[in-house]
Design a protein around this ligand. Structure first.
Ligand SMILES: Cc1ncc(C[n+]2csc(CCOP(=O)(O)OP(=O)(O)O)c2C)c(N)n1
Ligand SMILES: [Mg+2]
Length: 363
C-alpha cells in the first residue's frame, strides 16, 4: 500500500485574493458592511505605521530591541477583531496588531522594548496578557485560563498566539493535549511566518502545521494569513465554537515575516531576496486597498485623512517614547507577586542598601 506523505488538503481559506477580488468560502461566510472593511484597512495601516516607527526608533537608539510585525498585520488584525469583551488573548512578543485591537496603547508597547517597564498594561483590563518571550510558554497558561473560564461557566474564548518555531516546543504540544482532553475553550492561533529566526519551516514539520490538530483530537484550518477578511472569518468561527462549548481548534495563518526576526537579526545571511519579493506581491494591505478602490468604497479623501492620522500617531510615538520616565531601580520588585512576599521584600531592602552604598561611599 502506498502511504501518502500527508493528508490531501493543504489549501487555505481565502476570501480576498492578492489582486483584491472578493471570493466566498462555503465554510466561512463573512458579511461585512463597507464601514467594517474601511475600519479594517485603517487598522492595518496604523499597525504598520507603529511597526515602522518602532523600527526607526530602535535604529535611533531609543529602543533596546524591536520585533517587527511587518507582513503579519492581516493575521493579527483579523484574529484580534474576532475577539469580543470578556475574551482573553495570550501573545508572544510580535503581536502588535492584536495589542492594537485590544486597545493597548502602542506607546506602552514601546516602553516594554525601551526597558522602562517589565510589562506595561493590566492584562485583565485589556483581555490581553503580557508579552511572552519564552517560546511557547504562554500556551499552557492560556489553556489553564480557558479551563478557568470553563469552570466559571463563562461563555468566552481564549486565543493564544505562537509561531511555527514554537510548534516544536513541548509546552505547545502539552497545551494541545490539555486543551483537547478538557475540551477547553481555546483557539490556538499559529502564525506560520515561515521562519524561526534563521530556521526555515522545513526544520519544524514534514506536514502542514494545521494538520497536526487532528492527532490531538480537534479541528485545524489553514487560512491565508495575508488576507484580513479570511483571518477574521476563520477566527470568528473558531472563537464562537469555543464560546459555544465545542472545544479547542487550531488556526494556521500562512504568512511571511517580511522583516528581520528582530532588529538584532540580519536575514540576508540566511534567506533569498527573491523569496521576500514573491511575498511582497501578497501584501496584506495592498489587496484591501485595491478592493476598496475597485468597489469604489472610498475616495481620495479617505486615504489622505488616514495618512494624516498615521502621521499624527507616528509623531505621538516619537515624542512620547523619549518622554517615558525611567523606572526607579527598585521598580522591578513591585509586580513580582500580587501580595507582599517576605523574600522579595528582603531582596528589595538589600538592593536599596547596596545602592545607598554608592551614594555615600564616594571619596
Ligand atoms: C524556550 C525558548 N527557546 C529559545 C528561545 C530563543 N528564540 C527567540 S525567538 C525564537 C524563534 C521563534 O520562532 P517562531 O515561533 O516561529 O516565532 P516568530 O519569531 O517567527 O514570530 C527563538 C528560538 C526563546 N526565546 N525561548
Ligand atoms: Mg516563525
Amino acid at each position: 500500500m502506498a502511504i501518502p506523505a500527508h493528508a490531501p488538503d493543504d489549501s487555505f481559506v481565502q476570501l480576498l485574493t492578492p489582486e483584491g477580488e472578493r471570493i466566498d468560502h462555503p465554510d466561512f461566510p463573512l458579511t461585512l458592511g463597507d464601514d467594517d472593511i474601511r475600519s479594517l484597512y485603517r487598522d492595518l495601516v496604523l499597525v504598520r505605521r507603529v511597526d515602522a516607527e518602532a523600527t526607526a526608533l530602535q535604529r535611533q537608539g531609543e529602543l533596546g530591541l524591536w520585533a517587527q510585525s511587518l507582513g503579519q498585520e492581516a493575521a493579527q488584525v483579523g484574529a484580534g477583531r474576532a475577539l469580543v469583551a470578556g475574551d482573553m488573548a495570550f501573545p508572544t512578543y510580535r503581536e502588535h496588531g492584536v495589542a492594537w485591537c485590544r486597545d493597548v496603547d502602542p506607546l506602552t508597547l514601546l516602553g516594554l522594548f525601551r526597558g522602562t517597564t517589565n510589562g506595561g498594561w493590566n492584562p485583565a483590563a485589556h483581555g490581553f496578557a503580557l508579552y511572552t518571550i519564552v517560546i511557547g510558554a504562554q500556551c499552557p497558561q492560556a489553556v489553564g485560563y480557558a479551563m478557568g473560564l470553563q469552570q466559571d461557566h463563562a461563555e468566552n474564548a481564549v486565543m493564544v498566539f505562537f509561531g511555527d518555531g514554537a510548534s516544536s516546543q513541548g509546552d505547545v504540544n502539552e497545551a494541545f493535549i490539555w486543551a483537547s482532553v478538557f475540551n477547553a475553550p481555546v483557539v490556538f492561533f499559529c502564525q506560520n511566518n515561515q521562519w524561526a529566526i534563521s530556521e526555515p519551516l522545513e526544520r519544524q514539520t514534514r506536514i502542514p502545521l494545521f494538520q497536526r490538530a487532528w492527532g490531538f483530537g480537534f479541528p485545524g484550518v489553514r487560512v491565508d494569513g495575508n488576507d484580513v477578511l479570511a483571518c477574521l472569518a476563520v477566527s470568528r468561527e473558531m472563537a464562537q465554537r469555543a464560546r459555544d462549548g465545542a472545544g479547542p481548534s487550531l488556526i494556521e495563518a500562512f504568512t511571511y515575516r517580511m522583516g528581520a526576526h528582530t532588529t538584532s537579526d540580519d536575514p540576508t545571511r540566511y534567506r533569498l531576496d527573491s523569496d521576500v519579493e514573491a511575498w511582497r506581491l501578497r501584501d496584506p494591505l495592498e489587496r484591501v486597498r485595491s478592493y476598496l478602490h475597485k468597489q469604489q468604497l472610498v475616495d481620495d479623501g479617505f486615504f489622505a485623512s488616514l495618512e494624516v492620522e498615521s502621521e499624527e500617531l507616528a509623531i505621538r510615538l516619537r515624542d512620547g517614547v523619549r518622554a517615558l520616565p525611567d523606572p526607579t531601580p527598585d521598580a522591578m520588585f513591585e509586580n513580582a507577586y500580587a501580595e507582599p512576599h517576605v523574600v522579595v521584600d528582603r531582596q528589595q531592602r538589600d538592593y536599596a542598601e547596596y545602592l545607598a552604598g554608592f551614594a555615600t561611599g564616594g571619596s
